[in-house]
Design a binder for this molecule. Structure first.
Ligand code: CDP
Length: 795
């Protein structure tokens, strides 16, 4: 009935609705130290769990001797796979339907894999006990690297899978092989580049943890856990344990960052829950930092080849890619079930390209399982990196300005809805507008001149300018095509307006710092004419919240945000009936005015009533044609995904003597459709850009040939700090999503997805006059210096 707020016209009307910079409601408790995280939970009689992990990457377990550990004063139990087998809990399904050991039964498949669990009266005693568990290993040759894993004589890691004789995990393809090959044969120009999107770890500040709490009196298992998706976790817990779903309650309290790392179910969660069930006491398990990095879901690890076929004047005709993916010891990627390569299909990016073809082979290796969507929609990051890097490679080959090559190939605004060569339906976009804005903000022409000047003057520091004009795909479902373990990826919101005129909103998604308690309240405030302070948002408790698929892949706004708007509109419809009763008019004569938030009689704005008065009417004087109360719920299955986009421009100085890279300018123009809270969006962009810098410059989970994790702690896995982060200049354009009830798209992951190629393009750009076409991430000073030296540019 009402198309929602219009771009840039919505201003929240002073009530904290859409578009207002409402301060984050949740920050009060966070900045006063009153957050409540899993490790804050204390229960009477609570025991503590420490996991014994394998020092070897590939080894058969010959014996586990618990006796010394059990003698430690305070150790209550030592669990091994044998104990879990009794309860049918020795293995668990991964999100991709593989089977992963909860505790190793026979063969260790990666370093730090879970071998035994020690339960004790406190954490330190549990740790002492863990050190006294004696495990005899028969060490096997480890398989490190997807290429090595696929060699004919590689040891077979997954001999637990019947008939498995190699380390091949899966194959995938998309697009039109023949048409693409033809385009390449006939093209004026073709370019090709190999690039590794290295193994990363999402590294949330809070590690993973759980408190299992089985109540024999109620025969109910409550698990407080660091979960980005409590409802689907409850369903999976029910399936694995055999405990009926209504007898399980998952509570995800405050979560200190997730970034995809808290989507999978980890053995520690299962052990804490199982130990509590067996011992009938609450059991807490909280990881240490190195355990988190070494054993929980990693991200990326895509070794990609990209190719572009184009005309002499830079019109892209075809894109082709081939990927070798390292999936670790189990296929435990976290993405919608039907997408073995996630949404990598989007590798044609923001460009109108006739034909494309992509293939992927994934291998098992003796490394931790993962492939989680680290602040990204399921491999979108890899796809964006591939195409945005390749456009720069093409621009250099043609000696054209990379911004011009992009402009020449953008999908034009009038082409939306646009179907890409791999069959994906983009909802809306105006890519040139965002690029133009970024170019202007970055003072692009000035830096191009400065770059040339430095080359001519043989300056000590070269200048590089990198561009990335990415498009994304966020907001999985639709349920028909996207599911997790068979459950369709819809989401939900329930609104209860109370008699005194305030409201409780419950959503199926789960914030991990994104500010949902504020932004969901803003959506409801906008749609009901309420004040944002009168609305409380709850989430993360499966006993009380409506079922939803959780928060990852920037899906909260596109899916649960839509549900909140639709549920509000349902409330508004009922509110009209109550308003009619109160104002003694016919229901069809009642209008709602977005500006004032009032319901009034058509043509008589003075005969009006607010939502607060309507709430009172709903409980104290309800019309006989209606039920009392004022509530609504919506389960929203999106018709399509949303396609946010942006243009980032990065200017770097590259020191020819040391290979050091310094950021001179960092401009990010984003378009996430209609904006709920510009301040929160800016915060999201800043955080994501920092993570993009970490990706491009610092982070890499590395292994030695024996399978030892050499990048498995914060001494070796380098996160960016404020010292490495420059000032960011952010800007925006607004291109609403035509199918989203409030025209919004997701935004949380855009900066992490969009920035790494801009940064690498900038560093390459500083050296491209020396013939350099690529620098691998992380671009440490030594990597950069080697490239400078290769180009004859080092000093
Ligand atoms: O799923 P997740 O919350 O990680 O990502 P998102 O939907 O992109 O939202 C991240 C934060 O930005 C949330 O607090 C959103 O409400 C907010 N946001 C916004 O204010 N306006 C938009 N158009 C999109 C997101």
């Amino acid at each position: 009935e009402d198309g929602g707020p219009q771009p840039e016209k919505h201003c929240g009307h002073g009530r904290g609705g859409m578009g207002e910079e409402v301060k984050r409601k949740e920050d009060q408790r966070f900045i006063t130290g009153r957050g409540n995280y899993v490790d804050d939970i204390k229960k009477p009689g609570m025991l503590h769990c420490e996991i014994v992990r394998s020092p070897h990457a590939h080894a058969r377990i010959e014996n586990i001797d618990k006796s010394r550990a059990l003698k430690v004063d305070g150790v209550v139990a030592v669990l091994t796979a044998e104990d879990l087998l009794e309860h049918d809990l020795a293995t668990m399904p991964t999100l991709m339907d593989d089977t992963q050991d909860v505790l190793v039964n026979d063969k260790v498949k990666f370093q730090s894999q879970e071998v035994a669990a020690v339960i004790a009266t406190d954490r330190y005693t549990a740790k002492d006990g863990a050190q006294k568990v004696v495990v005899d290993y028969d060490v096997l040759d480890p398989v490190i690297g997807a290429d090595k894993a696929l060699e004919d004589d590689a040891p077979v890691i997954r001999d637990d899978i019947e008939g498995k004789e190699d380390n091949h995990c899966l194959d995938w393809e998309t697009g039109d092989e023949e048409a693409t090959a033809k385009a390449f044969e006939e093209a004026d120009v073709t370019v090709k580049e190999d690039m590794l999107y290295q193994r990363l770890h999402p590294a949330p500040i809070e590690t993973c943890g759980a408190v299992g709490d089985y109540d024999p009196g109620k025969d109910k298992l409550t698990v407080h856990m660091t979960s980005q998706a409590p409802h689907i976790h409850r369903t999976l817990f029910a399936q694995v344990s055999g405990i009926p779903e209504h007898k399980i309650r998952i509570v995800s309290p405050d979560v200190g960052g997730g970034f995809g790392n808290k989507v999978p179910i980890y053995p520690g969660y299962v052990v804490a829950a199982a130990a509590s069930y067996v011992l009938e006491e609450p059991v807490k398990w909280v990881e240490e930092r190195s355990e988190n990095i070494q054993s929980t879901g990693f991200a990326r690890d895509y070794d990609m080849t990209g190719e572009i076929a184009a005309t002499e004047d830079g019109e892209i005709q075809a894109v082709r890619t081939d990927v070798l993916a390292d999936h670790g010891a189990f296929n435990a990627v976290a993405q919608p079930s039907k997408f073995p390569a996630g949404f990598f299909n989007i590798f044609t990016g923001s460009y109108d390209i006739d034909t494309a073809y992509g293939t992927l082979t994934a291998a098992y290796t003796n490394t931790a399982p993962g492939g989680v969507a680290y602040r990204c929609s399921f491999r979108v990051t890899e796809a964006v990196y591939l195409i945005e890097r390749m456009v720069k490679v093409l621009a250099d080959e043609l000696d054209m300005d990379p911004a011009e090559v992009r402009r020449k190939n953008f999908i034009q605004p009038e082409q939306f809805p646009y179907e890409s060569a791999t069959g994906w339906n983009y909802d809306s976009g105006d890519y040139e507008k965002a690029l133009d804005k970024a170019l202007e903000m970055a003072d692009y022409d000035h830096y191009r001149e400065e770059q040339q000047r430095r080359i001519e003057e043989d300056a000590d520091k070269l200048l590089g300018i990198g561009v990335s004009s990415f498009t994304e795909v966020v907001g999985a479902g639709p349920g028909q095509s996207c599911d997790i373990a068979g459950v369709e990826m819809f989401d939900s919101a329930e609104i209860r307006v109370h008699p005194t005129g305030n409201a409780t909103v419950r959503v199926g998604v789960q914030t991990q710092g994104q500010g949902h308690e504020t932004t969901f309240a803003q959506i409801v405030a906008e749609e009901l004419g309420m004040d944002v302070d009168d609305i409380t948002v709850e989430h993360g408790d499966t006993d009380t919240d409506p079922y939803g698929l959780g928060t990852y892949g920037s899906r909260s706004t596109p899916v649960a945000g839509a549900a909140a708007a639709v549920a509000s509109r349902k409330v508004r419809e009922k509110a009209k009936a109550i308003a009619a009763n109160e104002l003694e008019a016919a229901e069809e004569d009642i209008d709602w005015d977005r500006e004032s938030g009032q319901f009034h009689v058509t043509g008589a704005p003075d005969r009006s009533i607010s939502i607060t008065e309507i709430a009172a009417g709903a409980y104290m004087n309800h019309p006989k044609s209606e039920e009392p109360g004022l509530e609504a719920i919506n389960y929203y299955d999106p018709p399509e995904m949303t396609y946010p986009f942006g243009s980032y421009i990065v200017v770097v100085e590259v020191d020819r003597e040391t290979g050091e890279v310094e950021f001179e300018k960092f401009v990010a123009v984003d378009d996430c459709g209609n904006r709920i809270n510009p301040m929160i969006i800016e915060g999201q962009i800043h955080g994501g850009l920092a993570q993009g810098i970490g990706t491009a410059m610092l982070e890499h989970v590395t292994f030695d040939d024996n399978g030892n994790v050499t990048g498995g702690d914060f001494m070796n896995y380098l996160l960016p700090t404020s010292m490495e982060i420059p000032e960011f200049e952010t800007g925006h354009t607004v291109t609403p999503s035509p199918h989203h009830p409030i025209g919004a798209k997701g935004v949380g992951e855009s900066p992490t997805v969009g920035s790494p190629p801009a940064i690498v393009n900038a560093v390459v750009d500083a050296m491209s006059h020396g013939g350099i076409s690529h620098v691998e991430m992380p671009m440490t000073p030594d990597t950069v210096w080697e490239k400078l030296d290769e180009a004859g540019l080092s000093m």
